[in-house]
Structures are given as C-alpha cells and as structure tokens.
Design a protein. Structure first.
Length: 168
C-alpha cells in the first residue's frame, strides 16, 4: 500500500540550490515512488551555531510503496552519494533529508522517529510544509498554521532565483 510522505530538505554548502535540485531528482527516481509536490526553495538563518552559511530549505511530498525503514535507508544513500559531510553537531551540511511525516503514522524505533521530533519548532520546515499542505495536522502536535503562529520569530524567506539562466 502506498503512503504519502513529506520530506524535509536542507543544505548550506556547495551551491545549496543545486544540492536541493539534485536531491529532488534522486527522490523522484526512487523505486516505487512518485514525487507529487515540492515547495519553493526558502533561504533560512541557521538554527544552531550562527557562524555557518545560511541554509536553503524545501519540503516535498512523495507517494511511495517503500516502508519507513526502506525509505530512511534510501534517503541516507542519497545523502551519501551527494557527499554528506557532518562537521559538527548542528553544523553545516551538504544535504540533509528528513522524513517529516509518513502518512498519519507515529513511528518510534531506535532508527526513526516520525513525526520528526523537532519539526514543530523549525520555521524552515513549517513554512514550506504549509505552502504545499495547508491545514495539515501533525499527529500529536497540531496544525501547521497553529505551530507557525506559536513561533516567536521566523528567519525564513522564499528564495527567488534572480536570473534563471544563472541557476541552471
Ligand atoms: N538550520 C536551518 N535554517 N535549516 C536547516 O536545514 C538546518 N538543519 C540543521 C541545523 C544545523 C539544526 N540547523 C538548520 O540540521
């Protein structure tokens, strides 16, 4: 049975918009998986240490027959193949792919917690999610709009390519 799955994407190294585009292509090419929607790209201030570049973030919606664990492994493979480097906790990264929501399932295993634990307080997840899934209720947390209203501040703006030829 296929499920609808929301994935958070983030990058702040080596042409983040290219990293996000590459990851979206790789997600669309996963077996038994379709890429149904993707948000705009958002520029965001880092949560965590401030002495790192701003991030580019997005959220996409997949429909997949992959199990949660199979999908997690697939995301880790995409991260590895794009060259995941993790320099420090809460530090800069080439590409980070997180399972935010897997249908309306709550999953708690050693490897995987869904809904993603920190999504309720992450502006860089909530704003793009609200764009592609307005009214979405996150199990145990509330609606995406309620969560956004509870943020003290947001540091996220839609990112616009000034010259589409340049970003190609
Ligand atoms: N901050 C922002 N703005 N975007 C991210 O994707 C992101 N990812 C992270 C940490 C380092 C916590 N901060 C982030 O993993």
């Amino acid at each position: 049975m296929s499920e609808r799955v929301y994935i958070g994407l983030g990058s702040n190294l080596n042409h983040p918009e290219r990293q996000l585009n590459d990851a979206l292509q790789a997600l669309a090419a996963l077996p038994d998986t379709r890429l149904l929607m993707q948000s705009r790209f958002y520029a965001s201030k880092p949560q965590g240490p401030q002495d790192q570049p701003d991030f580019m973030n997005a959220v996409c919606l997949l429909e997949t027959d992959l199990s949660p664990v199979a999908l997690l492994k697939a995301l880790q493979q995409i991260e590895q193949s794009q060259g995941r480097i993790k320099k420090r906790h809460w530090g800069e990264r080439l590409i980070d792919l997180d399972i935010l929501l897997y249908g309306d399932q709550s999953i708690q295993t050693a490897e995987l917690t869904v809904p993603h634990k920190e999504m309720a307080t992450r502006d860089f997840v909530l704003l793009p999610l609200a764009e592609i899934s307005p009214g979405r209720v996150i199990p145990g947390m509330g609606s995406v709009e309620t969560l956004i209203a509870q943020l003290e501040q947001t540091f996220v703006v839609p990112w616009v390519a000034l010259d589409s030829n340049q970003s190609a």
